[in-house]
Design a protein around this ligand. Sequence first.
Ligand SMILES: Nc1ncnc2c1ncn2[C@@H]1O[C@H](COP(=O)(O)OP(=O)(O)OP(=O)(O)O)[C@@H](O)[C@H]1O
Ligand SMILES: [Mg+2]
Length: 357
Amino acid sequence: MSFFSQQLNKFVSAISTDMAIDLGTANTLVYVRGKGIVLNEPTIVAINKKTGQLVAVGNEAKAMQGRTPQHIEVVRPLVDGVISDFEVTEEMLGYLINKVHGEMRSLIAPRMLIGVPSGITNVEMRAARDAAKNAGARDVFLIEEPMAAAIGSKLPISKAIGSMIIDIGGGTTDIAVISLNGLVVAKNLRVAGDHLNVAIASYVRDQFKIYVGEKTAEDAKIALAAVRTDGTSNEMVVRGRDVMTGLPREVIITAGDVRDAVSSQVETIVEATRGVLEKTPPEVMSDIMQRGINLCGGGALIPGLSSFLEETLQVPVIVVPDPLRAVVRGAGIVIENLEQYEEVLIDNEEELSPYLN
Ligand SMILES: Nc1ncnc2c1ncn2[C@@H]1O[C@H](COP(=O)(O)OP(=O)(O)OP(=O)(O)O)[C@@H](O)[C@H]1O
Ligand SMILES: [Mg+2]
């Protein structure tokens, strides 16, 4: 690179608002270089079906959920951690770029770093790259979410020391063992917080014969979820529609109900973690035994989950500080120091993750 183009590059990156995005199934967080986390909103969009235009994004769209007239549709453009509605995702990203970028947008487009679940297909990676490009990014970089979460949790990813992180999000659970800037063993499970909501709603339908909405099930989960018996005395009133009469009815559900509803999903996560540990080389395993497993993502907040994992797997388990922001914190560190972290980025579609099937 000539001196001139180096200087030009420096100048361009100084005035462009580079950003790192944790594009999650449940929540989208945006970090802007030099500024920090500037946005944290649900990954939900409201669209006018007649005009195709965005009516609302994030919290505003979430508040409309279940309360819209016929011509407005509330959409969650990501399912199981990956883009399911490409156009809506692109529009949402464009809106977010505009929001954080303001007038600068027309001058220099930003570079964008996006977190993706480990083990996604090349087609899914391309969709993320294209959505960001079409939304106005100058360059797009991808990072595996568990890697970003590990960086955001200050784990020694570049050293010859094994670290383990489990990110239980809304759509996916990423379980990864990291050493020397790479994933040693990883597994991506499409079982996470949203699936717990579905399990709670179907449990309530079977046991109490009422239909409850997604949001009600999530509220019950957040209020009552506990993997242990300790919370059994807690209870809450949930409202739904009677399966037989079709009329509104309310019932009281307890923490014990929620625990029963989600137990098989929790078991799946525990078993997958066991599977990853079994594939982990002995030296790395010994590091993890000493340093523990780090838990992040919204699912890390379920009371009793970390101690349940700890006892079942006989390995210490630590919930990282501020677990919902671990990925965006890490992605932010990377976008601030792109050269230093080049090795942890996903090469243009070629890289094969060592994930288990
Ligand atoms: N206090 C809590 N207790 C239990 N679950 C919670 C709590 N707070 C949030 N959650 C759940 O965490 C999930 C969202 O977590 P997170 O923001 O990490 O997911 P995401 O990054 O958007 O999804 P993904 O990484 O799977 O694409 C939701 O399912 C939400 O219900
Ligand atoms: Mg996530």
